[in-house]
Design a protein around this ligand. Structure first.
Ligand code: ADP
Ligand code: MG
Length: 680
């Protein structure tokens, strides 16, 4: 936060630091920090009329108080009001001040949710006020999203100061406003921060409420504008026009044991056409798991490499996947006389320096690696094409780092996770999309089985059977999000148990905590077939390609997301043998788990799975917003606000053409401190 802002809003250093944690940096950020919900302190509900599950305010005289020590230390008080009814108040954490406030005979006003307790209805940790000292509120009390150590009154004061400091006058042209039929921004902000007395909670909680609609619209408009401008900037950039002579790609195609599918041919042609232009390519290559995106990437790289001195970088989100690509590209490219550099965070300094030097002076023209490729100290001599695999797995920060390498390179992004329509219209509006819509021939479909984990022994028998036929198996350990240590421990135990149960098989283990070299060694053993079974944590999730593996066992499948399950399952079914995916689950199953397992059991098509996934969990997670820590859309909901999105999408180009000053102001308000964020 700028010192000027802090001064203007009269914030202490501590408060300013807390606000930063909430990604609130400017006065406008604060003005647009809207309540999450409201509390009703405008009325007092008779205790007799307060229903269980309701959040309400009641008032009464304290008739009893006790500090109990069993089953744990807690403060219990009981109040009684004019209706004659009583209500218990329970505090598990409390201070002497609470005891004083709740002394017998005091009249208090408490606000909280009514719960059914052992000894009648109760409130746990209600908000307490002395009835004599406080007037009833005139309007609903806003409750803001906050962070540890920043209380509501302080936050409210900061927001108020910001509202007084910013100029909320209307900037959208009148003609636009008339058509929109939404309240002004000033009025909307006032209503949401300080609801007038006649507004009730239900109205305010409804996203269709006009004031909310206005905020959502403005937010979507900011996003559309920033996307369009990013696109314009890119279009006005200049990339090297890359026209290949086909010499290298013909050779590679001749060396392959298979022929490209029609779908692969089609996307290769689309990419070639883009590369030939001097406008930077910005293309997403979509194709389901196993559809053969890697060879398309390699052929695209060759189009570039057929031009003198040009360099290509291939980036993958995990070390395992990056290394697999490295091995594959080496195997494909070295016979063509092209050497490949490897760059990852885990390389020894000396090796890294060597790779960097070779890239800086152009000796090596193809680099494969993790996002270590785009650290600021990695310089390329003549980088013209960047290929990003499993694009959706990269966080926003990593995508920005890549973007900062210059608007003047061609970019090919690849993903197995299809983009739902609303996202294609919004966040990915500046991408061109190519789809591989058919799988290579002769794939036998994967059979999916849902098995209760109590039948583990049978599954182990199935693993033995499969391996005795000369095929291989993955055994994926349960995901434990809360603790990496526990995850590791579970993986090790699973591995030991499996070894004990199947003593005749060679079983390896890979997990996230291993050193990359160790990981690579185990992977290499599995690829070569000297390991029968690979026990793995979900590090195996993306991109790993071992065609001889025909069995995938996933433990505690009920804990995993659909995209993850689909990706994992896609590790098998890559060879000629019939493949099976066994999903072990433990009961009881929650609603969402049940819904997910049903979808993964019934469908194999990644597009359909993604569509249903979106229905189950909403679009937020799709964007990787969780990784970045900051939500990308705060108010608008891409599932329900499609009409607003359409309007914003239509308006954006007109504003850019006819009202450039409005565009600038609007973006300043919405993105001032988050420049570039939405466009990443
Ligand atoms: P993904 O799209 O999931 O990245 P890969 O590129 O890893 O898929 O390809 C999956 C497997 O299919 C690989 O073993 C690859 O060699 C093979 N493959 C790719 N294209 C073809 C094709 N046209 N015919 C047969 N096999 C193919
Ligand atoms: Mg892949």
């Amino acid at each position: 936060m700028l010192p000027e802002t802090r001064q203007l809003l009269k914030l202490t250093d501590t408060t300013a630091a807390k606000l930063e944690k909430l990604h609130l940096h400017s006065a406008w950020d604060l003005a647009l920090h809207l309540p999450l919900r409201y509390e009703d302190e405008t009325q007092i509900v008779p205790i007799a009329a307060a229903a269980v599950g309701e959040i309400c305010q009641v008032e009464g005289v304290v008739v009893y108080q006790e500090v109990q020590f069993k089953p744990r230390k807690q403060l219990i008080a009981r109040i009684q009001d004019g209706s004659g009814a009583m209500l218990n108040l329970r505090f598990i954490h409390f201070y002497p001040s609470h005891q004083k406030q709740l002394a017998q005979g005091e009249t208090v006003r408490v606000l909280g949710e009514i719960k059914r307790g052992y000894f009648g209805d109760e409130m746990i940790h209600p908000k307490i006020k002395s009835a004599e000292k406080s007037d009833l509120a005139q309007s609903l009390t806003p409750i803001y999203p906050t962070t540890n150590g920043l209380n509501q009154p302080t936050l409210r004061k900061a927001v108020q100061a910001a509202l007084n400091a910013v100029d909320v006058s209307e900037i959208l042209p009148d003609t636009v406003l008339r058509k929109l039929k939404l309240p002004s921004l000033a009025e909307s902000l006032r209503t949401l921060h300080h609801p007038p007395p006649d507004l009730d909670m239900k109205t305010l909680a409804n996203g269709a409420f006009p004031a909310w609609q206005r905020l959502k619209f403005d937010e979507l408009l900011a996003q559309q504008l920033s996307m369009r401008l990013a696109r314009q900037r890119r279009r006005s950039g200049h990339a090297k026009s890359l026209v290949g002579n086909g010499f290298l790609s013909e050779k590679l195609l001749g060396n392959l044991p298979f022929r490209l599918t029609a779908a692969q041919e089609k996307v290769c042609a689309e990419i070639r056409a883009d590369l030939a232009k001097s406008v930077p390519m910005h293309r997403l290559l979509q194709g389901d798991v196993g559809s053969g995106k890697t060879i398309v990437a390699a052929l695209s790289a060759l189009v570039a490499l057929e031009n003198d001195g040009v360099q290509v970088a291939v980036m993958a989100p995990t070390e395992i996947l990056a290394e697999q690509h490295f091995i594959k590209f080496k195997q494909w490219f070295e016979p063509l006389g092209i050497s490949v550099a490897w760059l990852s965070g885990s390389l020894k300094k000396k090796e890294k320096d060597q790779a960097k030097a070779a890239l800086a002076d152009g000796r090596i023209r193809l680099a494969v690696g993790t996002h270590a490729l785009f650290q600021h100290d990695v310089l390329f001599d003549n980088l013209a094409l960047v290929i990003v695999d499993e694009q959706h797995r990269f966080g926003v920060a990593q995508r920005l780092a890549l973007k900062n390498k210059g608007d003047d390179v061609h970019q090919l992004m690849m993903s197995a996770t299809p983009i739902p329509r609303t996202l294609a219209m919004s966040f990915f509006a500046d991408l061109d999309v190519s789809s591989i819509d058919e799988l290579p021939p002769n794939r036998t479909p994967i059979k999916t089985k849902l098995v209760n984990h109590l039948r583990r022994a049978e599954v182990e028998g199935f693993v033995l059977n499969t391996c005795q036929k000369g095929q291989q198996a993955y055994w994926v350990c349960p995901l434990i999000e809360e603790s990496e240590t526990l995850q590791l421990q579970t993986a090790t135990e699973t591995w030991q148990n499996l070894q004990a149960a199947l003593p005749n098989l060679k079983i390896g283990l890979v997990h996230g905590r291993m050193k990359p070299a160790e990981k690579a060694a185990v992977m290499a053993e599995f690829v070569s077939g000297s390991l029968n079974v690979l026990v793995a944590t979900t590090v195996i999730e993306v991109g790993v390609d071992v065609p001889n593996a025909s069995l995938m066992v996933i433990e505690h499948a009920e804990r995993m997301g659909l995209a993850q399950l689909h990706q994992l399952r896609g590790r098998v079914g890559r060879g000629a043998a019939a493949s099976t995916c066994v999903l072990l689950f433990a009961e009881p199953l929650g609603q969402i788990s049940k819904a997910r397992l049903k979808v993964i059991y019934e469908h194999t098509d990644g597009f359909e799975i993604a569509r249903q996934d979106l229905e189950i969990r909403g679009p937020g997670e799709f964007l990787g917003a969780r990784q970045s820590g900051a939500p990308m859309l705060r108010f608008a909901d891409l599932a329900t606000d499609v009409p607003l999105l359409e309007q914003a999408r239509q308006l954006a180009p007109r504003l850019i053409m006819e009202y450039p000053e409005v565009v600038e102001k609007h973006l300043e308000r919405w993105l001032g401190s988050k420049e570039g964020f939405l466009a990443a």
